[in-house]
Each structure stands twice: as structure tokens, then as C-alpha cells.
Design a binder for this molecule. Structure first.
Ligand SMILES: [Zn+2]
Length: 89
């Protein structure tokens, strides 16, 4: 389910966010899957910057995942990722 619009999508259509432990604390990062040692916490946003902004302005993901902040470049990274996906279609 998308944390921005709340609609259901196929998992392949969603972008996953996971919590990464850094020296500065817990940080939200793009990607990761349950099998790669990132742990079970994750959130999903559909491939839309609107939904990204909505999810973060409501602090839905940040709160749910108990992180101090998302990394500053995350939005840019997210934009590049969905752009790349659209090109593939
Ligand atoms: Zn959405």
C-alpha cells in the first residue's frame, strides 16, 4: 500500500523505503528488501512525487519507522528512480 495515497499497487510498482543505521542515527533510505539484511521495517510509496511528498509531509513514514529524519538527497534519488522506471515502460 502506498504511504502517500493509500491505494494498493503491485509490489513491483511501489518504491520501497527502509531504515538504515548510520553513525548519526536511524535514517530512511531508498531500496532494500527483506532478504538483504536491512531488517523487516519498510514502507512503500507508489511511483509519484506527489505521493512521496504527501508521505513525508505527514511524516507517515518517518513516524512509523521511528527514524530521526530522511536523508536529504532521498527525494532526488526517488525522482531519478521513478524516471528510470518510466523510461523502461
Ligand atoms: Zn501513491
Amino acid at each position: 500500500m502506498c504511504a502517500g495515497c493509500g491505494r494498493r499497487f503491485a509490489k513491483a510498482a511501489l518504491v520501497r523505503f527502509t531504515v538504515r543505521e548510520t553513525a548519526e542515527g536511524r535514517e530512511l533510505a531508498l531500496g532494500g528488501s527483506s532478504g538483504d539484511g536491512w531488517g523487516g521495517r519498510g514502507g512503500y510509496v507508489c511511483a509519484s512525487l506527489d505521493c512521496y511528498d504527501r508521505a513525508f509531509s505527514r511524516k507517515t513514514l518517518v513516524r512509523r519507522m521511528k527514524v530521526s529524519s530522511e536523508s536529504k538527497d532521498l527525494r532526488e534519488e526517488f525522482a531519478r528512480l521513478i524516471e528510470a522506471r518510466q523510461r523502461q515502460e
